[in-house]
Structure formats: C-alpha cells, structure tokens
Write a protein that binds this ligand. Structure first.
Ligand code: NDP
Length: 290
C-alpha cells in the first residue's frame, strides 16, 4: 500500500480520497477550507494544516483543484516541499497550462505527471472510469498501481500537455454530439413532441451514424476526401440548408448548426462540392507552419 497525499477535497478530490482509502492506502489530505476533510477523517485519512505538509508527507501527491490558477496558488504555498517528490495534477486545464506547470514543478525538483479525468466523481474506481496521463514516464511507472485504483490509466507520452489535449478533444466530441441532440429535440418540441419519446428514434439513428466516423477518420488522415463518396458535400449543404430553413419556420433558433452550414458552403464554393463532408476538416485544422 502506498503513502499518498491529496490536495483539494471538492467533489472530485473527495471521490479520489475515498477510493484510495477503500483500497487501503495511507492517505494524507489538505483542502483550503478545512471542514471538507471531516468525512474522510472518520474513514482513516490524516489531515494536515498546509499543502506543504501534505506534499512532505508522501512520495506522491495528487492535486485536484478547480483550475490552474488554483493549482498555481497551491504550488506557491508549497514549493519548498517539492524537491524529490512526485506531483500528479488532475486539475482540468489546457495543454499550454499543463506544459507550463510541468516546467515549473520540475524546475522545483519534483517529477510531474498531468492527468485528465474522464469520469464523474461517482464513477471513480468503477469499471467506466478512465484517467489520461502524460508527463514523467518514470513517475507514471512508479505509481501506476495506485493510480489504477482510481480507474483505467492511459499514459499518452512525456509531453505533459498530451493528457489535456486528449481530454479536451474527447469532450469536444461529446459536446458536438450533445449539440445535435439539443437541436433535434428543439425541432420536434416545436410541435409538442417530447424529447424522451423522440429519443426512441434519435438514439438508434445517432448510433448508426457513429459508424460513418471511422471512414471520415481515414479520409482525414489520407487527405483524400474524394474517395468512395456516396453523400457528397454539395448535396449535404442543400440538406443542411433545408434543416435550417425548417428550423426557422418552426420558430426554433439555428445557433447550434449555423457554423456547420457556413463551413459546408465555404468548402462547396471552393470547388469541393463533389467530395465528402470530411473535407471541412481542411478548413478548421491548424495550418502548417503555425
Ligand atoms: P469543486 O468545485 O467541487 O471543488 C473545487 C476545489 O478546488 C475545492 O477543493 C476548492 O477548495 C479548491 N480550490 C478552488 N480555488 C482554490 C484556490 N485558489 N486554492 C486552493 N484550492 C482551491 O470542483 P471538483 O472537485 O468537481 O473539480 C476539481 C477538478 O476536477 C476540476 O479541475 C474539474 O474540472 C475536474 N473534474 C471534475 C469532474 C466532475 O464531474 N466534478 C469531472 C472531471 C474532472 P475550497 O473547498 O476551499 O473551495
């Protein structure tokens, strides 16, 4: 069993701490507002008065606070305890924030692992919990057994920004899916059809359309948007235009889908109407040299 410290006992920090205790680890906890540690003390956690004391108490410290401004504030208070320790920062942020934190923490003499939690607090330790990690490979290898107690642990590479990049990309896919769901539900709602009833049709349809994505991924990777086209972009631009016209006629807002039609039209006007809609990827991807 490992000696582990946790910095931050919000909803997620509590879940991480509870899981580590259930798995028999010796846990030291610190939170900016002390009363949040109370339920954990009864379960065997030891509370310390400062983030510095928490880092000093264990080889590995897991930090999970609101954002990187909060992370930086915690490190400001605890910098002198960091040499020789390992910090695993599961706070949500951007790749640039993770890289800057890695530089700062390693500069202070500690090993740094960044992480992205793909789970809600009740999911921690369960079969669907996934945590992405990047940064020090040695730190991941040394603490992988304990980290796996929180959920599947996927190490993505030594660049500390990779966990955040993958985390945010996965969430982007989720929000795109949610946007389609919200728009479709608003459209049927305009005629009094409940979202729950409509979902009996929408759910299987969305699942079937997921089957298109590996083919789009192949086109994106090869740059060949003209291969095996069965539903060309020009046709789909006309179809999306119909959807947005009907949406306005039904008195529903078009905000969620307007940007997609703009991209379809731009690509169509540039002469790619005969190709697949995966071609709009070329309009949004980072241009080489940047
Ligand atoms: P909460 O709002 O429940 O808790 C926030 C935590 O951050 C508290 O411990 C709070 O301390 C601490 N905090 C905020 N500002 C500071 C500061 N300046 N200095 C020190 N501590 C500070 O958030 P969650 O626990 O839900 O989320 C924590 C992280 O986990 C976030 O980055 C979030 O994006 C990520 N996450 C959360 C998920 C969820 O579903 N909840 C899912 C996946 C990731 P205090 O108690 O003193 O206010």
């Amino acid at each position: 069993m490992a000696n582990i410290s946790i910095l931050g006992l919000g909803a997620m920090g509590q879940a991480l701490a509870t899981r580590f205790l259930q798995q028999g680890h010796r846990l030291t906890v610190w939170n900016r507002t002390p009363d949040k540690a109370v339920p954990l003390l009864a379960k065997g956690a030891r509370e310390v008065k400062s983030a510095k004391d928490a880092i000093a108490a264990s080889d590995v410290t897991v930090m999970c606070v609101l954002d990187y401004a909060a992370s930086a504030a915690v490190i400001d208070q605890a910098a002198s305890a960091l040499p020789g320790r390992t910090l695993v920062n599961l706070t949500n942020g951007t790749p640039a924030q993770a890289r800057a934190m890695a530089e700062r923490v390693t500069g202070l003499g500690a090993a740094y692992l960044d992480g992205g939690i793909m789970a809600t607090p009740p999911m921690i330790g369960g079969e669907h919990a996934l945590i992405l990690y990047s940064g020090s490979k040695a730190a991941f290898d040394a603490h992988a057994d304990a980290l796996k107690d929180l959920g599947a642990a996927n190490y993505l590479g030594t660049d500390a920004g990779l966990a955040s990049l993958h985390d945010l990309a996965l969430l982007s896919g989720m929000y795109g899916l949610f946007a389609g769901f919200f728009h479709a539900s608003a459209l049927v709602d305009s005629e009094g059809i409940p979202a729950g009833a409509f979902f009996k049709l929408l759910g299987p349809w969305m699942t079937a359309m997921m089957g298109e994505l590996p083919g789009y991924a192949e086109k994106i990777d090869s740059g060949r948007h003209d291969k095996d086209v069965v539903s060309n972009l020009g046709m789909q631009a006309a179809s999306l235009d119909n959807i947005l016209t009907a949406t306005r006629e039904q008195g529903v807002a078009t905000d969620l889908l307007d940007p997609m039609l703009d991209l379809f039209r731009k690509r169509d006007s540039a002469g790619f109407g005969h190709e697949d809609i995966s071609g709009i990827f070329e309009l949004i991807r980072r241009k080489s040299g940047k």
